[in-house]
Design a protein around this ligand. Structure first.
Ligand SMILES: [Zn+2]
Length: 426
């Protein structure tokens, strides 16, 4: 891709001036990014996969032999008992360097091919560069990569050019060249090549873009830096004043996820986030769990209260709509039918017969009357009667199935609908 702005132009021009990887760097990469094997055969003969030299090992074949040194090329070898003849590996290697005012990360793919008895072949090609400006802004230079291929496939004849950033540009190298060259802004930041569980890109970019990252690094709050570093570093805004209290009190935040959640809880309960008593608890887990429970209890109380309020309102509405029909009851001698006269009764009937009369709120429809049909005091079916149609619209027994009285119940309601009608005109 052609550079499209001044920044890309500058990066692209400078990238052309980067010196190629040195012989020393290459050798270090081959030595350290690739595992070197001594192939041991059934007779105990060891072959160095690096130079092809073979010699008779002294150890019994059954012995587990962890390592040996090739007497010919002095490579440290890991001994494997195998009949395999071909050894292949690939790994990423990176160099941390600088060019003018840019911090540069260079990523190389190392490929290794060895045939037992022959000298090993190596191949190394630079595939990605990251160029980070002193303000944290960065650009990616890379080769092309075929669509949907494995980790180590690149189009090596494609040029190192400015490319729109893709996931495959995030390379986690097997090893990093130990001699790192840093721009002054990073030297000042407190970074010393320490082993921080962040990619160099994320760490450097964060350190350069936001001085708070530097504060955290210098104070040794590495966990916090690791937790927030990256594109969303600004999420730290909400916690920064509390973090400052921790820094002032030399309080190490061990589990940042829990601590962050805990601060959110303190905020929820209106606690003073400038007070070390809250912000720096001696037992973080215990305090966190205490507030989690407190919040859960509160929510449960609120839920209960909401349900109670709703029930009260429903009961009021039900009374308004249906009280004029209260008292309606009739029987044919076997089946007793009567109005359900409260929301509670409707709910109870629904629970007993396991049907959906209550959950679907039929009892709160102005057009519906809900009646219960019992035999010997046991609920058989629940009847929904439509006032506009003056007829039974549904009649449901246990688990929505019809009981043996189903037809008789409907007939009995129809026969007595004048009792309902009379209340309507009253
Ligand atoms: Zn050798």
């Amino acid at each position: 891709m052609k550079p499209r702005n001044k920044f890309q132009q500058q990066v692209f021009e400078l990238s052309k001036k980067l010196s190629p990887i040195s012989k020393k760097q290459k050798e270090w990469a081959f030595q350290n990014c690739i595992e070197h094997f001594g192939k041991r055969n059934a007779k105990g003969v060891i072959t160095c996969t690096e130079c092809g030299h073979s010699w008779q090992g002294d150890n019994e074949l059954g012995d587990v032999l962890l390592g040996a040194e090739c007497p010919h090329c002095a490579t440290k070898l890991e001994i494997v008992n195998t009949r395999k003849m071909i050894f292949k590996q690939s790994a990423y290697f990176s160099i941390v360097t600088r060019k003018e005012n840019f911090q540069v990360l260079r990523f190389f793919l190392v490929k290794y091919y060895a045939k037992a008895g022959h000298k090993a072949h190596y191949f190394i090609s630079e595939v990605v560069q990251r160029w980070i400006a002193p303000n944290g802004r960065y650009e990616t230079i890379a080769r092309m990569r075929p669509m949907s291929y494995y980790n180590d496939v690149w189009i090596f004849y494609s040029k190192l050019e400015i490319r729109p950033e893709k996931d495959h540009h995030y390379i986690n190298p097997a090893c990093v060249y130990p001699k790192q060259r840093l721009i002054p802004e990073l030297k000042r930041s407190g970074y010393k090549g320490d082993n921080i569980r962040l990619s160099h890109l994320t760490l450097f970019r964060t350190l350069l873009a936001d001085s708070r990252a530097e504060t955290l690094l210098k104070a040794g709050q590495i966990n916090v830096l690791q937790y927030f570093a990256g594109k969303n570093f600004h999420y730290i805004n909400d916690y920064w004043s509390a973090i400052k209290i921790c820094l002032r009190n030399n309080y190490p935040i061990s589990d940042v996820g829990i601590w962050r959640d805990y601060i959110d809880l303190l905020r929820f309960f209106g606690k003073d986030l400038h007070n070390a008593k809250y912000v720096c608890p001696a037992d973080l887990t215990a305090e966190h769990d205490f507030y989690v429970k407190k919040k859960r209890d509160l929510q449960e109380r609120e839920d209960r209260e909401k349900k109670r309020q709703k029930a009260l309102e429903d009961e009021k509405l039900f009374l308004e709509l249906k009280s004029r029909f209260f008292g309606i009851a009739f029987t044919d001698g076997t089946i007793q039918i009567r109005m359900l006269e409260s929301v509670k009764e409707v709910m109870h009937e629904g629970d007993t017969l396991h049907h959906c009369v209550f959950t679907n709120n039929y009892h709160l429809k102005p057009d519906s009357l809900i009646l219960s049909a019992c035999v010997n005091g046991n609920p058989m079916e629940t009847v929904e009667f439509s006032l506009s149609q003056m007829k039974v619209v549904q009649c449901r027994g246990l688990q929505n199935k019809n009981s043996e009285y189903h037809d008789r119940i409907i007939e009995l309601v129809q026969k007595n609908k004048r009792l309902i009608k009379r209340r309507m005109v009253a």
